[in-house]
Design a protein around this ligand. Sequence first.
Ligand SMILES: C[S@@+](CC[C@H](N)C(=O)[O-])C[C@H]1O[C@@H](n2cnc3c(N)ncnc32)[C@H](O)[C@@H]1O
Length: 221
Amino acid sequence: MSLKGIKIIEKIANKTYLAEINGKETIVTESRNPPHYGEKKIGKYREWIPYRSKLSAMFMKGHRIDIKPEWKVLYLGAASGTTVSHISDILDYGYIYAIEYSAKPFKKFLELAIERQNIIPILDDAGKPENYSGIVEKVDFIYQDIAQKNQIEIFTANVDFFLKDGGHGLIMVKARSIDSTAEPESVFERVIDELKEKFRIVKSGGLEPYHKDHIFIHLKV
Ligand SMILES: C[S@@+](CC[C@H](N)C(=O)[O-])C[C@H]1O[C@@H](n2cnc3c(N)ncnc32)[C@H](O)[C@@H]1O
């Protein structure tokens, strides 16, 4: 498909592509919806800005998770829905349960959820999965981006409640949120060692230049 200003380079997952917009590489999703956070829309393609979304940054860095159109997803730390909006584009038949505990970003997030059919917004604390266990079912994928000191404990509690056998997890870790004094590399090592006790690590890696001192950790149960 050739549209003025955009060139599709490679398919990454359902409705998700590595592309070039005005000569600059980025990620895009095919979308029936309007822009949500100031991103460009060219024809059916909505720019997924890697500086605004760690999942887009991970794709830009070359790691792939083949998010399927029928997946059920639990998203911890939805904020105002930047990344959720693109996962929503990908899920043709699936849906995304999205947890956020701060009322301010949740207000903008609700506008997105009202516009879409496949987002279930939940204003709650991701550290208390029992609060929403009556709403959320078993899922194929848990994504976490909450920048909290005890985020591994929170992630593990949600896995125990909601992740299917063989399901995927993806955690975004900001070194300074875990330990503001230690070297980022030693913080990352510690976090990965802790996760290895319970999960199989598929891949981890940095997100620079898009997000400094952050890593992604992709794992499976
Ligand atoms: C870095 S932002 C998330 C950005 C978002 N994932 C995106 O890419 O569009 C982190 C969010 O996690 C939320 N958060 C932190 N701890 C949380 C918790 N225990 N439960 C629910 N939300 C939490 C914060 O309020 C904040 O909105």
